[in-house]
Design a protein. Structure first.
Lengths: 490, 220
């Protein structure tokens, strides 16, 4: 198999290269279209010319037949007479000239009574035919020299309908028409080939002019990649301008994300250095004064916990900062709630806790990253499960306010709740890291930060069952169907 | 109770192994996903502590393959990433619980105890069989409210039997679940410890079912 692939690969590579070139694809498509169009036009023109020549040929031959009919006379016995000298075309008298006439007896036995000198000693063999008087029929027959001929015939009678019928035949060599058609076809082919060449040159020029902005774009991109420029510079046609503006927006966003990531990394490093310094100091002290070694363990324990909180908090913040403003981020709410409830049901399986979710509108969508929604809702649900006695309720609904479509998520529990005086401290940014109660405060702090970054809000209140009610208001994608609106009209 | 500990960091593995052994578990260890997968498929385990970031085969893949193969051993996953996305992925892969690093050893031991208990359909941490009671949280055994002093081996044997109230437990099952893989197993050891337990408890507490094994019988 390997050698076969080795043979096939270059071809496939060449084909792929060929297909991937916009210029070659455009040129190939144009060439195919031009060739097909010109072939069809050539065929049509050649056919029309051939028909025209044949009609002219038939008309000329019919005129010859009319002349023959007009010159025909009969003697006293009723036999046809024709003075060949009255026929003007010299070809009638030149042997095998290609133009012949013949008069046959229409009654049996059929025989040639008179014929042109050009026939010499041969005859025209017309197929048996029965014609009404005066009608003209055309046949294609083999001539004296075997060449294809067009034969026109007419049957006439001298006086009354019972008289002997006579068939007047006129034939001419078809090679004349063939030669004329061949000359025309030759000229037509040459003209069409010249036209094809001109059109191909025009197509190449058109493709080159049309794709020129892409080459400019390529140079601008290379400048960005090599660091010579921070954005795509240059003037482009309107069709490409939209693309470059979008790309410049992405570049700017990327630069923002990098700047924010650097800031977050700096903040995190700074935050971790403090507990590290505390532990290093304690370790040094324990080395110098072994009597204080017993204090080391609780201090390390405490500082590790502080460092862990810093890491969690900064990670959540940096993730949200990075994902914020991602164009078009949409997260359906129902699957996120279902996933979180699966986790919490498993974790709290031994507590006979009821995790109740009101039916979520399938259209309910969050305008942001799934992981951020999981983080916010997960922390609220986890907090509710830790404090709830028997039940935790979660609900999601869409509504519209002055700032647009919004998503409301509520998590209620029947636990002890949070005193009014402490509610602000668990959601206020800043001092919470040191003040938060292990296992709960940090979660709410992260939720509060994420919600703030998304321009939403977190409010804490009293649930119907007496516990804590946490309400998240988050942005929903624009254009989302608001199920409340039609209901309100009804 | 036999626990498989899967952790690639040698320091953390040694600390976890020591704590689990101290808590009375027979501990098998694996430091990569491939060994863990094989061990979980071939050995009789009561619980698994599984780190997610493992060499050769990641923890979630190991877990999925166990579950696809019909292995229902309770699994506690350890993860360094404290995101809900990770937790949902872990639970959906078949984990029974999760713990994020760094963690307190007491919390890990409590979670493992709860997992083993729940796997046997026991809701309360206090296991009872008549007048005999075993508190899994404090590893204390009482008989009619009076403490019973047991050695580590005696406690492990009694704890295993108390996790299976009313069931006949064979000698080979006891050997498999009470000793780690690398332990030199000798079925006579089980008989020795059963005899010792019978001396410390009412003799009829541990009933011998001839040819099948032992059964714990509630005593008044």
């Amino acid at each position: 198999m390997a050698p076969a692939r080795a043979v096939e690969d270059p071809r496939r590579g060449a084909l792929a290269r060929w297909l991937s070139s916009l210029r070659l694809r455009l040129l190939a498509a144009t060439l195919v279209a031009l060739v097909v169009a010109l072939l069809l036009a050539g065929g049509l023109l050649a056919g029309l010319f051939r028909d025209h020549v044949m009609r002219q040929f038939e008309a000329t031959l019919t005129a010859q037949l009319d002349q023959l009919t007009a010159r025909l006379e009969f003697d006293a016995s009723g036999q046809p007479l024709l003075d060949a000298g009255t026929l003007t075309d010299p070809r009638w008298s030149r042997p095998f000239s290609g133009l012949y006439w013949q008069i046959d007896s229409g009654a049996a036995p059929r025989r040639a009574v008179l014929r042109s000198r050009s026939l010499w000693d041969s005859t025209l063999l017309a197929p048996d035919d029965i014609l009404a008087d005066g009608a003209v029929h055309a046949h294609e027959i083999a001539g004296p020299d075997g060449a294809s001929m067009l034969l026109m015939e007419r049957t006439i009678r001298r006086d009354d309908p019972a008289a002997t019928p006579w068939r007047l035949l006129v034939a001419a060599d078809l090679r004349e028409t063939g030669a004329a058609a061949a000359r025309f076809n030759g000229m037509l082919a040459a003209s069409l080939a010249a036209l094809l060449l001109l059109l191909c040159i025009a197509a190449v020029a058109q493709v080159a002019v049309g794709l020129a902005p892409l080459r400019t774009l390529q140079r601008a991109l290379a400048a960005v990649r090599e660091g010579r420029s921070a954005r795509l510079e240059g003037r482009f046609p309107v069709e490409v301008q939209a693309l470059t503006e979008d790309f410049n927006a992405v570049l700017e966003r990327n630069a923002e994300v990098v700047a924010r990531a650097r800031t977050q990394a700096g903040n995190l490093a700074h935050a971790i250095k403090t507990p590290l310094a505390a532990m290093a100091q304690a370790a040094a002290s324990a080395l110098q004064r072994p009597a204080t070694a017993a204090e080391l363990a609780p201090l390390v324990h405490e500082q590790v916990e502080v460092a862990r909180r810093h890491v969690d908090w900064h990670l959540a913040r940096s993730r949200a900062a990075a994902s914020l403003g991602l164009p078009g981020a949409r997260t359906p709410v129902a699957p996120v709630i279902a996933g979180l409830l699966r986790v919490l049901e498993r974790v709290h399986v031994g507590r006979s806790l009821a995790l109740l979710c009101e039916p979520v509108d399938p259209a309910a969508t969050f305008a942001g990253e799934a992981q951020d929604l999981q983080e916010m809702l997960g922390n609220l649900l986890d907090n509710a499960c830790k404090w709830a006695r028997r039940e935790v309720h979660v609900s999601a609904m869409l509504f519209t306010d002055a700032s647009g479509r919004r998503l409301r998520l509520c998590v209620d529990d029947d636990g002890p709740g949070i005193e009014v005086s402490r509610r602000d401290s668990v959601t206020t940014r800043g001092a919470r890291l040191d003040e938060s109660v292990p296992g709960s405060g940090l979660g709410l702090a992260i939720v509060s930060d994420l919600v703030g970054l998304y321009g939403g809000s977190l409010s804490l209140g009293v649930a119907p069952a007496g516990g804590l009610s946490a309400e998240l208001i988050l942005p929903a994608p624009a254009g989302q169907v608001d199920p409340a609106a039609p209901k309100a009209r009804v | 109770m036999r626990v498989l500990l899967v952790e690639d960091d040698p320091t953390l593995r040694a600390q976890l192994g020591a704590s689990l052994r101290e808590a009375g578990y027979a501990v098998d260890e694996a430091d990569n996903g491939r060994d863990a997968l094989h061990h979980g498929q071939t050995e009789a385990l009561d619980a698994v502590v599984l780190d997610l970031g493992l060499p050769l085969l990641d923890g979630l893949s190991v877990l999925r393959r166990w579950r696809e193969g019909g292995h229902t051993v309770p699994v506690l996953i350890l993860t360094a990433r404290d995101t809900w996305h990770e937790k949902v992925s872990g639970i959906d892969a078949g984990a029974d619980d999760y713990l994020t690093k760094p963690f307190h050893m007491e919390e890990l031991l409590a979670r493992v105890r709860a997992l083993i208990r729940r796997a046997q359909g026991l809701a309360s941490p206090l296991l009872q069989c008549g007048a005999l009671a075993l508190d899994t949280r404090s590893s204390r055994v009482t008989l009619g409210g009076q403490p019973v002093n047991l050695t580590s081996h005696e406690f492990r044997l009694l704890a295993y039997l108390m996790h299976r109230p009313g069931s006949v437990v064979s000698r080979s099952e006891l050997t498999e679940h009470l000793y780690a893989q690398d332990f030199d197993r000798d079925s006579n050891t089980i008989e020795v410890f059963v005899a010792r337990l019978r001396r410390k408890l009412p003799p009829e507490t541990i009933e011998t079912v001839r040819g099948m094994g032992y059964r714990l019988v509630p005593v008044p």
